[in-house]
Design a protein around this ligand. Sequence first.
Ligand code: SAM
Length: 227
Amino acid sequence: MNDKKQYECYQPIETQRKNLLSNNESIEVEDFGAGSTVIKTKKRKINAIAGSSLKPKKYAQLLFRIAKFYQPKHIIELGTSLGITASYLSSACPNGKLSSFEGSKAIANIAKKNLKTTGCNNSEVYIGEFSKTLPEYLKTNNTVDFAFIDGNHKKEPTINYFNWILEHSNDYTIMVFDDIYWSKEMEEAWESIKKHESVTLSIDLFFIGLIFLRKEFKVKQHFIIRY
Ligand SMILES: C[S@@+](CC[C@H](N)C(=O)[O-])C[C@H]1O[C@@H](n2cnc3c(N)ncnc32)[C@H](O)[C@@H]1O
């Protein structure tokens, strides 16, 4: 967790983030889910989206290191936004494939460009509402090894995403939930996911929660770690 090494991909991805943060252009976006409390209008500036939606460097790079360590082959991200965490996940696993999902077409198109710029050719962005695009994807892609759930911070949809992914999981699947204390609904979703009988290990880092399903962990364990 505390690996301070500056991996090669960090700098180009953070340059992309800087470019987005200084991009004053406006785009028309569909407002999805409960995750955008900051701005609710349809026309949004790219720099405002970058400032409010992207996972900060500290956590995006932690996700990079987790993915780099475990080398999942089939990675999904719910909530691509402008593609910054997507670039980290895709760079971490050159032999894997990142499938990232985003509801807003204009945002997804910027993410696609960013993924191209950061050389993430092992990635694909699916556009549409998660409840439609995720089940469709899962119909033809049987396994999920790593999932980052970072969009639509409501209780019921979050639990649904967990259950849908669980059906396509294996012993080594890792799921990461963003903003587990963002709202009462998210706290309840996290509680319910943690308690699920398939979850053998959960790690609460406050801004994100990790769950593991490995059956070899005979006793269910929960850790809270200050990060
Ligand atoms: C917090 S941002 C994702 C940030 C990104 N993972 C990162 O760290 O770079 C959440 C994104 O999920 C999308 N989103 C939220 N709810 C959605 C839904 N129900 N269906 C499709 N997209 C949704 C939003 O449009 C937004 O771009």
